[in-house]
Design a protein around this ligand. Sequence first.
Ligand SMILES: CC(C)(COP(=O)(O)OP(=O)(O)OC[C@H]1O[C@@H](n2cnc3c(N)ncnc32)[C@H](O)[C@@H]1OP(=O)(O)O)[C@@H](O)C(=O)NCCC(=O)NCCS
Length: 196
Amino acid sequence: MKKQKVAAKDEAVIIFLRGKKTILRPPQDSDVLLFQRWVNDPEVRQFIQRYIPASEKEEREWIEKMGKGSNTDIVLVIVAQGRPIGTMGIHGISWKDRTATTGALIGEKGYWGKGFGTDAKMALLDYAFNTLNLRKILSHVYAFNKRSLAYSLHCGYRIEGRLVRQRFVNGRYWDEIILGLFKSQWLPYWEKYQSE
Ligand SMILES: CC(C)(COP(=O)(O)OP(=O)(O)OC[C@H]1O[C@@H](n2cnc3c(N)ncnc32)[C@H](O)[C@@H]1OP(=O)(O)O)[C@@H](O)C(=O)NCCC(=O)NCCS
């Protein structure tokens, strides 16, 4: 009886990518209020390009748009310990240059700094390089976002440049750091991550 229950629960889990401690799945309707809470939270949105209130309608429309599929943007929900904790995406894919930019947001703040972001990002990079056949991945980080910078460097990204006093956040201008990661640079990090 117990076995059947577990099987039924497992069947309900949608998995697109599997990390070691996270799974990534497509967004679904029931995520709307979570997304709305995450992107409105001042402690979270200071790190992303969000400064206008996000309505439920806006989040619902965004999920619907993502659900229709896009040739240039892929967004996935990060699930850890059976719970949706944030989102991670590949944006602005150029099929000609074979480049794209990644973005991430763990909205459940109790899950920050525990390795879930690194785990999800490694699974996403595996997909970007080994399924989509992308060549180079970029990421943009505000200079004060030390956690994001640390996790990106952990995944193999290297600092390529800095847009000086580019972003106005929390009352002052901050540099925006541009990170880049070629597949060849990432592979040793991937091998090490898999073997740990
Ligand atoms: C950025 C984010 C995705 C990273 O995911 P995460 O699960 O928190 O990161 P991880 O735990 O995998 O790695 C964080 C690393 O930074 C370190 N770190 C944590 N807090 C830190 C801080 N305040 N300052 C410096 N480093 C810090 C951790 O120690 C860890 O490094 P370690 O493995 O050497 O110990 C997540 O924190 C998040 O979504 N934050 C809010 C939104 C955001 O910043 N998005 C990114 C915009 S560019």
